[in-house]
Design a protein around this ligand. Structure first.
Ligand code: FES
Length: 165
């Protein structure tokens, strides 16, 4: 009988301790996971590519664009006269999202009027210090696939930048 009374008292205390421990573990693991993801962003290993379907060719007729996300970064696929191009759309100035502006044939950042060449990603005018990061793509079987960032250091750079902002 005494065992049962002791058990109930200990069970409540234990249950409280376990619940507090689980909540603490849950919160701590989320913070640790976020820190690890920040320190070691996922990048394709050298020579390793993964094909991520962006769009079917019919979806993006010549002169048009499609927004998509690549490795968690806002990106844009453009169908130029010379073929498909894909770039990260995070402006290299202060991180606003740039977009395709067909009437001016540019990729445009509205925050400080940054303008990029839609064929190369190069800066045309405005404060951006560097080109938009290009994404290697492949067109096959009627669809466009993203492979990897042309500059493998881009993800590390933008992660650092995002953390510093
Ligand atoms: S953030 Fe794009 S031009 Fe400033």
């Amino acid at each position: 009988m005494n065992d049962k009374i002791i058990n109930i008292t200990l069970t409540r205390r234990k249950l409280t301790e376990i619940l507090i421990g689980l909540v603490g573990l849950f919160l701590t693991s989320g913070v640790v996971a976020a820190i690890l993801k920040y320190l070691w962003p996922q990048t394709a290993k050298k020579g390793e590519t993964s094909e991520i379907k962006i769009a079917s060719v019919d979806e993006v007729p010549p002169g048009s664009a499609k927004k998509f996300s690549f490795n968690g970064k806002a990106s844009v696929l453009l169908h130029m006269p010379a073929g498909f191009r894909a770039f990260g759309a995070v402006c290299t100035h202060l991180g606003c999202i740039a977009y395709w502006k067909p009437d001016e044939n540019i990729i445009y950042c509205p925050c400080h009027i940054g303008k990029y060449d839609p064929n190369t990603g190069a800066v045309i005018s405005g404060p951006p210090p560097s080109p938009l990061p290009a994404i290697d793509i492949i067109v096959k079987e009627g669809a466009v696939y993203a492979l990897n960032w042309k500059d493998p250091n881009y993800v590390k750079t933008i992660s650092f930048y995002a953390g510093a902002a």
